[in-house]
Ligand binder design. Structure first.
Ligand SMILES: Nc1ncnc2c1ncn2[C@@H]1O[C@H](COP(=O)(O)OP(=O)(O)OP(=O)(O)O)[C@@H](O)[C@H]1O
Ligand SMILES: [Mg+2]
Length: 395
């Protein structure tokens, strides 16, 4: 029996058991399987800590199992420009080419050259004779060519296509007007052009719920290009599996009454499940107990919340200005969800104009997102409860 804590609270850490995402994984498998004849892309979105990054990693596995090549990386704020996005894709592409040709050589030796030669013939196709329509923006054409070149390379090396998986893609936002950065619409337009020419390329954009609006603003047709995968809290059965299954390899078990209490407290949110599990397991382990029960929960709960605040919530507000933090403390007194601007104006001593400016900055800092006119939501689940704990500590 393993003596290591089986839970994995963290950022993008694969859990011991990925619960409740079978439908999404199957659906993505169908998307890859249908491409390029049925072109498709995915938009994977949800709040902080719901498990987008770990699901994106699974999507990458699905693509690779279907003999596609994959490039995946997390978008950095500086990459929100055509040229920086392109150089990021380029450098990941170079690495992919290197590993693809090494793997190809290894396969040719292992399988015998004849086999590989046959598969090369099978995948050679005309798709790459796509011509650049005269009305393509130069940047779109450049990115399109780069992706076509990469796809061609991997196909010539026995893969079926290229999947591009971008995490934190809500960072890509087009500036208004024709000047400025348009990394998102350049990407969308390049991929759309390639897919029309049946080039086997698939894009997955993963990020906060604002992704959908950004895409719509980038290109009106993008809505039809991307299948939406919205992930959120796990339904009760899956949440229970997420909590209980990791214990299968552990000497410590969970009492049914404790499971019920934990499920009640975590509201199905994957990060919380891992955090509660990790802390409860440590308490039981340190005390030499063979089961986690409600007594363990009652002595651990304070520590759970301290860690939740310091690891999950506080980093989101530490970098904000005092005025932005003050506005959040005012917001903690408002009914939720959603956060109504009219309500916030009633709770805050700041002028409506100032409140609006600060809300805009909180959107930029990814703390909140605009749901519709006059209504906002927090990007992290449970944030309003945290704000209440935080503001009571300030007083
Ligand atoms: N389906 C799941 N079952 C069990 N645990 C999960 C599941 N999905 C995610 N987790 C756990 O939840 C935590 C958060 O996962 P992840 O980092 O993928 O979330 P995220 O949505 O990408 O968050 P962020 O928006 O902060 O990037 C990790 O500890 C991970 O192990
Ligand atoms: Mg993530």
């Amino acid at each position: 029996m393993s003596e290591r804590n089986p839970y994995r609270p963290g950022v993008g850490l694969q859990p011991a058991y990925l619960a409740g995402r079978d439908d999404e994984i199957k659906r993505f498998g169908r998307l890859i399987g249908g491409s390029p004849e049925i072109p498709g892309n995915a938009r994977l979105s949800g709040l902080r800590g719901v498990g987008k990054t770990v699901l994106l990693q699974r999507f990458k596995d699905v693509a690779e199992e279907a003999t596609w090549s994959a490039i995946s990386f997390e978008i950095q704020p500086r990459q929100n420009s055509e040229s920086n996005l392109m150089s990021a894709i380029q450098s990941h592409g170079e690495r992919l080419k290197e590993s693809t040709s090494i793997a190809y050589k290894a396969r040719s030796i292992a399988k015998g050259a004849a086999d590989v030669a046959r598969s090369t013939v099978r995948v050679s196709y005309e798709g790459f004779e796509w011509s650049l329509a005269g009305d393509l923006e130069p940047q779109t054409a450049e990115l399109g060519e780069m992706l076509a070149d990469l796809t061609q390379f991997v196909v010539q090396h026995g893969r079926k296509g290229l999947a591009l998986l971008l995490d934190e893609a809500q960072i890509l936002t087009d500036e208004k007007g024709s000047s400025g950065n348009h990394a998102l619409s350049t990407l969308v337009a390049a991929v759309s052009t390639l897919q029309k020419a049946q080039v086997p390329v698939v894009v997955v954009l993963c990020g906060l719920p604002t992704l959908a609006v950004n895409l719509l603003n980038a290109r009106t047709y993008s809505e039809r290009m991307f299948q939406g995968f919205t992930v959120g809290s796990l339904p009760p059965e899956a949440a229970e599996e997420a909590f209980v299954r990791p214990l299968e390899s552990s000497a410590i078990s969970a009492d049914p009454a404790l499971v019920a209490s934990v499920l009640d407290e975590v509201e199905g949110y994957p990060y919380f499940i891992q955090l509660w599990g990790a802390e409860l397991w440590d308490t039981a382990h340190d005390a030499g107990l063979s089961a986690m029960d409600e007594a363990v929960l009652s002595v651990t709960r304070d520590r759970v919340f301290r860690r939740l605040d310091s690891d999950f919530y506080e980093p989101r507000i530490d970098s904000l200005t005092p005025a932005e933090q003050d506005l959040l403390i005012d917001a903690a007194r408002c009914a939720y969800p959603p956060l109504m601007v009219s309500d916030l104006n009633g709770q805050s001593p700041k002028s409506p104009g100032n409140v609006n400016v600060l809300l805009g900055r909180l959107v930029k800092a990814n703390v909140i997102f605009r749901r519709q006119k006059g209504q906002y939501e927090y990007t992290a689940p449970g944030f309003v409860d945290f704000l209440q704990r935080y503001s009571s500590r300030q007083n």
